[in-house]
Design a protein around this ligand. Sequence first.
Ligand code: SF4
Length: 334
Amino acid sequence: MSDLANTQPLLQVDDLRVSLPTARGWAPALRGVSWQMARGQTVGLIGESGSGKSLTALALMGLLPERARVSGSIRLQGQELLGLPEPQLCQLRGARMAMIFQEPMTALNPLHPIWKQIAEPLRLHRQLGESDAKARALQLLERVQLPRARERLGAYPHELSGGQRQRVMISIALACNPDLLIADEPTTALDVTVQKEVLALIKQLVIEDGMGLLLISHDLGLMQDQVDRVMVMYGGAVVESAATPELFAHRAHPYTRGLFAARPRLGLARGTRLTTIPGSVPELMDFPAGCAFADRCSLAVDECRLTPPQAQSIPSKTADETRHWVSCPRWSWP
Ligand code: SF4
């Protein structure tokens, strides 16, 4: 899917396919994912659990299970990442691409003070000595607006609140000025007001540093304010992608329409039943060979189950200059 043809992509993913070993054989977990991102762009990935969002992030970071079968291409500023030996990938992780995980309490080491955990990538990738790394850790904590940062350099994770721990995780991710930041449900464990603060902080830092951001969330409301572009995943494939205002106003794919119809909204009359998408996400081995959504789609015809739909560019309803892509020959406007 190309909507930034005249700029050098920061990240280019082409026909990324991942199969995972299961007791029933090799299961196709990513089924030809293609997209690109420019420096400074923020892209959101949404979809139900099991749609392939987190697996996409792990593939970008080179953190797939050892036995996974992978094909396609992932290029970071032109450099192919698939097939790189682990020591080279290790050099890139933290230095040029970094990830913020869902639950900082499990991602942080409970036995080390926070400054040491921020200093670790600086010592590994930038060869900083202890006092320089500690000074840089303080700068980073001040940048992510951790209250009383200097006093808290020696604090342990359990001494901080959930929001403060997530600020520490962001500091670690930013330590070496990465080009690409991946945030996988970074605010799931936080309450609603802290979620907004943390996401706004991530967005501000991404813009200031000119990074690319891939934000993964199942929360459509949070996504709306944070990203330039949204990709919707189902069954290991991107089924629709568009500029955020376009997608939130006009959805063309039957799955995207179902996903948005099912979200809780303010102002619904008491007792109103939420619309749901029929059925549930199948086991990986049970997706149809053609369109992954075929067993849950009211518009499905026989051919849908046999032939994977191709992504096609459709006219933007909001006159956005980037393209609206949809993988369904029976797409329509609501
Ligand atoms: S390709 Fe067929 S099954 Fe898939 S979303 Fe479109 S109409 Fe539904």
